[in-house]
Design a binder for this molecule. Structure first.
Ligand SMILES: CC(C)(COP(=O)(O)OP(=O)(O)OC[C@H]1O[C@@H](n2cnc3c(N)ncnc32)[C@H](O)[C@@H]1OP(=O)(O)O)[C@@H](O)C(=O)NCCC(=O)NCCS
Length: 131
């Protein structure tokens, strides 16, 4: 119990319409993709299965959820950081977050969960910081 006083938990959640991301990709193309996604993420969304816009939307929601949880630890604004937050998948398919491109110290553990339907994608992120 005493140890928990030395830690701080932060959570973030986000939901997005798949159509919004589809439109952004169709209208802005490469510029939008490069601004938001890493090359690994684009490869995953383009090649995993036929739900590519759901995968893109889920990653967008995940980045927003991560941003909400870490915003007190960063100084840049949201637009500058989306492609610095990388969503990867373990072999099992479980999503994980790579924050190496952001200089955030004191992270003890973090966890991401993603779900998507035809029209919506949702993500929930939890991070445990040293306080
Ligand atoms: C992994 C599983 C939970 C995904 O659930 P789903 O309802 O098919 O799909 P959702 O839209 O809710 O979730 C998809 C996301 O789950 C995440 N995911 C995949 N495998 C995962 C795993 N092993 N652990 C945690 N998350 C996982 C991924 O992030 C995926 O999105 P992405 O490919 O864009 O990264 C599901 O396919 C599964 O394997 N279930 C096992 C239990 C089962 O068979 N239940 C059937 C009950 S009728």
């Amino acid at each position: 119990m005493k140890e928990s006083l030395l830690m701080k938990i932060q959570t973030g959640v986000d939901i997005i319409e798949v159509e919004r991301i589809k439109e952004a990709i169709e209208k802005q193309g490469e510029a939008f993709l490069k601004n938001v996604y890493t090359k690994n993420e684009i490869d995953y969304c383009e090649n995993t299965n036929k739900m590519k816009y759901q995968h893109y939307a889920a990653r967008f929601a995940a980045k927003e959820a991560v941003f909400k949880a870490i915003s007190s630890k960063i100084s840049t604004n949201e637009d500058d950081i989306l492609n610095k937050i990388e969503i990867k998948n373990e072999e099992s398919g479980k999503p994980i977050v790579n924050l190496e491109k952001l200089n955030i110290t004191g992270i003890i553990d973090m966890d991401l969960s993603i779900s998507h339907l035809k029209d919506y994608a949702v993500a929930s992120f939890t991070v445990l910081f040293e306080s």
